[in-house]
Write a protein that binds this ligand. Sequence first.
Ligand SMILES: *[C@@H]1O[C@H](CO)[C@@H](O)[C@H](O)[C@H]1NC(C)=O
Ligand SMILES: *[C@@H]1O[C@H](CO)[C@@H](O)[C@H](O)[C@H]1NC(C)=O
Ligand SMILES: *[C@@H]1O[C@H](CO)[C@@H](O)[C@H](O)[C@H]1NC(C)=O
Length: 857
Amino acid sequence: MAVSLLWWYSFLLFSFFNLQVVNGIEIYSMKIDSKVTSRFAHNVITSRAVNRGNVHKEVVFDVELPKTAFITNFSMTIDGVTYPGTIKEKEVAKKQYEKAVSKGQTAGLVKASGRKTEKFTVSVNIEAASKVTFELTYEELLKRQFGKYEMFIKVKPKQLVKDFEIEVNIFEPQGITELEAEGTFITNDLQNIIKKTFSEKKGHISFKPTLDQQRTCANCSQSVLDGDFTVKYDVKRTTPDNLQIVNGYFVHFFAPTNLPNLPKNVIFVIDISGSMSGREIEQTREALLKILDDIKEDDFFNFILFGSEVRTWKETLIKATPENLDEARKFVRGIDTAGMTNLHGGIMRGIDMLNAAHEGNLVPKRSASIIIMLTDGQPNVGISNTQDIQAHVKKAIEGKYPLYNLGFGYGVDYNFLEKMALENKGLARRIYPDSDASLQLQGFYDEVSNPMLTDVELNYPENEISDLTKNSFKHFYDGSEIVVAGRFIDNNQNSLTVDVRGEGVSMDFFDLSTVHKQTAKAFQEQQYIFGEYIERLWAYLTIEQLLEERIAATGEKKENLTAEALDLSLKYKFVTPLTSMVVTKPETYDNQDGIADKPTEGRDIFTVLLYLRIDGDPHFIISVPQKKDAICFNINENPGAVLNLINDPVTGITVNGELIGDKRVNSDAKIQNTYFGKLGIANKHLDLRLTVTPEKITIQNGNEKTGFTWLDSVTLQQEGLTLIINREKSLVLKMGSGASFVIVLHQVWKKHPLHQDFLGLYALESEKLSEQTHGLLGQFFHPLDFTILEIHPGSDPKKPDATMIVKNNELTVTRGWQKDYRRDPKHGVDVPCWFVHNNGAGLIDGVHTDYIVSSLF
Ligand SMILES: *[C@@H]1O[C@H](CO)[C@@H](O)[C@H](O)[C@H]1NC(C)=O
Ligand SMILES: *[C@@H]1O[C@H](CO)[C@@H](O)[C@H](O)[C@H]1NC(C)=O
Ligand SMILES: *[C@@H]1O[C@H](CO)[C@@H](O)[C@H](O)[C@H]1NC(C)=O
């Protein structure tokens, strides 16, 4: 009784709270749990939904993540069974995807996302009254900008959620100096729901609005939760805590404060080709005028404009005196568009001018030179071959100045801009064509407007360290932070000598040569948040840098960088542009495998594969995804009969099931109910036999026997076999080639007068079995098509009959509902399908007695 009581109780509870049901689906819980340790954020989004309708429904889980984050895990739990995602090389995952498409199964594409985000989407069909839990984990290294680390969480539950919560825990060994939390959707009323505390090293934020607080108005069912929730904080600049060592890895955070800014020499190279006319050039003028207000008197600057021709404001760099700035404003106001895109001419003129300024000592020796180029198109005048432009630019700059490329709109060849910037120690940014484009331009300028050091190098004793991330940087800007991580050659080492050099405004060498002695002990307390974070931070940073380096690399170097980044992505389970996450999506009716890609520019792919299940009765349900429908049949045999379900001569896998009946014979019924009471799964090639009953699980490997009960929680991994027992719920078995099975334990109320406990079988990744697979279930692993004609009333007024054409046979079928006892063992849940009578005659190959075998193995 316990099971059904609980079920009714939760049903009443939800009714009481006024159902927040959208299209039959209620998301009753959504939790965003974020743990940040030393800038490294580990976020888990958990969403729970229930199908309140009376037919199966699609539940969509879609979230937006920061582009800089890597997904590290995803799982779905349906009715207590967890289906995990696994990270695979993209090519491998793609093959699986292509195979699905060639089988005629549907595939979905999800569209690009916002400026800072990528969209992750998975959808799953769940039965009436079923529950599903989605759990997504992603990790990210928070970057310091304008003196703060910023983390944003996209919030958009699309309906009122009974149990909604964002919780952020921050641990920073250097000590937290400030902590802010805000949301674009936060009204005055909501402001005091955000709870924020911090002391010393720990910060905590929680946001937990009630149902009523989520409403857009008193009785509305719309949610105000739609926007960005942002957490910002900064830390004390303390040594030696800026150097952290845990388990053989170190990370070094470098962000000096109180240094005077260096004067800078800025060349603005601006595209004025015809395509910039209208709003783009207006916004550019507006941004340049604002930037002129911020230029400091010690700075030098100039403008170079390129259309078909190249035009400069002044022949050389000019000091930012008030008079010169006034003159510059006049010039900027007069900028207009003309001609085509001579990008090569523009950028080369800029570099030559900067080179000449340095050679002629026109600009201060201690200064930071920067080239900022803005373009909205592709080079088409002068030298327009992008490879030639890259080569010329690289040769002319010679690593002396960073080149920042801003790509305005979508007409740019962004790859080219990015490659060229990265080759020259700068970076590329997209400027989105929107009303705030001029703010985006200014924002970028602000980031680079306060250089403090040039040619920064962080050195560590070579004989103690390996796998160091990037350790030399052209400029250090105020408000940012340099992060270097590495690995100790001796795992037990827990101190390190650090030597930092850079050129500042007043010193020949700004020398921070210091010795940091740090013991691992000091950091035990932060492992309460999550252990191994420095190793993961190191892996994240290394992969990020390898991928960046890869953009500008070619040939064997590119191959090597790719291989290295792929290795690390697989090892540390990061979904990067080189890996995909494959999610085996079990569905009762439309059964799917999903592939979640890290999109290069916001594109997700998921695919649909066939999936089958059999359950109590024993009824067989075969989903046909392309028809969004299902076929079902029963096998009526006596208790004790053993049926061959799957038989694959190639992989050597066989699955047989033995029937059990009800506790006592129901004299009113012509046909006795039967269930699977014993399943035998064997792999001939591995000499492996697994016997499962509602009481116990036995593995026989050669002569070796191991036994478990359903009360065990087990994860067993040995050669060719993975076995996971989810206590009293289900068992996942993966064998040899990778085909896997899930066996669900259906527990009936102990004192049930009729029924007894039985088993349900689910076959996952059936494409890993061979083409020769057969058996009552196995024959349907191959594509199946059917046509339904002449739907007409049948003997039961509620269940129409129809003619089904399948495997060249014409069958009379009945639209029916098969009982599914998984959720409600007492009453069962009805599931719609076309029922094939007479033990599946005409649908299955041969007759059902062909599948009766003499024993379980
Ligand atoms: C992924 O998440 C699932 C569900 O929480 C968990 O069981 C599994 O251990 C996780 N995998 C990894 C690699 O962390
Ligand atoms: C909300 O609904 C209640 C009950 O139906 C009603 O009494 C109340 O006036 C409504 N409030 C608003 C603001 O519409
Ligand atoms: C690429 O890797 C191979 C094998 O490690 C190495 O021999 C080769 O020198 C590498 N090539 C480049 C260009 O780094």
